[in-house]
Structure formats: structure tokens, C-alpha cells
Design a protein around this ligand. Sequence first.
Ligand code: ADP
Length: 219
Amino acid sequence: MRIVLVGPPGAGKGTQAAFVAKSLSIQHISTGDLFRSNISQRTELGKLAKSYMDAGNLVPNEVTIAMAKERMEQPDAENGFLLDGFPRNVSQAEAFDELLENESMQLDVVLALEVPEDEVVKRIAGRRVCRNESAHVFHATYEPLAQDGVCGVCGGELYQRDDDSEETVRKRLEVYHTQTEPIIDYYKVQGLVVTISAVGKVEDITTCVMEALKCEDDK
Ligand code: ADP
């Protein structure tokens, strides 16, 4: 199956994506994680991406599309993938369509996660991420597993992302509304969008996501 997950920053895309990809045995491809891994490995791409990310802007299409394309073409993505954070604007969606067509592949569904804006800001302010490769995500206040700055799953150090400051979050939300939301209409035209409310317990949202995917699979 090939799935695109769209939603504002803080919608819980990463959490849902990891679960869904594991359940369906497909690759979870997160462009944000790919950029962060380039940053921690101090690659040229990482250096370039960091300045855009820290300002809450999108990394230019040219490099983002090339990076996403290369990742999707790896043999481990042959069985399918769930894209988290890509495409993020209409040009990227068009480039992705071209790639699908060239490879004679089809996109099955676009899951659009919806969360009110004040909830997003609250979530992101408390978001802490594990430094280890697993990159577990926690909420500093709501989750007992995130106590004392230590990851409750693997014991790694928890940190706050550089782009999770309140000012940058507001910029990222603005970018989401102006540049990313239009891709939902783009995919509505193709009849691919399923909208899911991403407010409430993580498990309940996961259930809705899995049910939506099952319906798509039965089609
Ligand atoms: P979130 O969805 O929580 O904002 P991500 O980890 O998906 O976080 O992305 C973090 C940052 O990485 C974005 O604000 C942007 O700067 C960059 N980025 C990720 N994916 C893309 C993309 N497809 N195009 C351009 N920039 C991207």
C-alpha cells in the first residue's frame, strides 16, 4: 500500500505513521526525520536544511524532492510506504505524481489528520524527542514515560527540537495553511482523501486510521 499522511505540525503524524507502517509492513518515510538525520551527521544537505527548518520554512523543493525520490526508490520501499511530511506543497505533489507514473505505481490513500490550532501549539511546546535513532516522541507534561528528560522506552536523552519554539511553531502553522493545505484539495480531486480527527487518545486515533485504511483496501 502507498499512503500519504498530511496534517499540521503536532498532529501526531509521526506517532500514527510509525504504528501504521509497522502493522502493514511498509516503510515509514519521514522527510523531517531524513533532514534531522542529515543534520546530526553534519552532511551538506543537513547544513542547508537546518537554516530553513530553524526558521520554520520549507526546505527548497529541488533538494527535498531529490531526497524523497531517492528514499522511495530503495528496495525496502518496494512493498509500499507511508509518506510522513511529503509532499508538503503542490509542486512536490506534482513531482510525486510524476514519479508514481514513471514507476507505474499507484497512491492508495491520503490520510488528512485534523487538529485545532490551540491544541497544536500546546502539544508542540511540550514535545520532547529521544536522541537515539528510534526518535521516540513524548509530551513533557502528559506522559509519564518522559520523566526527568530520559526516554522511557530506550533510556536515551530527550531534547526539544530547535524548530519547536513558540515563534517557529507559529511560522510552521502559517506555512502549513498556505502551502501544505492546498494539497488536500489537490488529492480530493483524485478522490483519495480520508479526513480523520486527531484529537483524543492516541490509541483511538490509531483505530480510526486503521479502519479508514481497511475500507480503502476493500475498495
Ligand atoms: P512537523 O510536521 O512536526 O512540522 P517535520 O519533522 O515533518 O515536522 O518537519 C520539520 C521541518 O522539516 C519542516 O518545518 C521543514 O522545514 C522540513 N521539511 C520536512 N519535510 C519537508 C518537505 N516535504 N518539504 C520541505 N521541507 C520539509
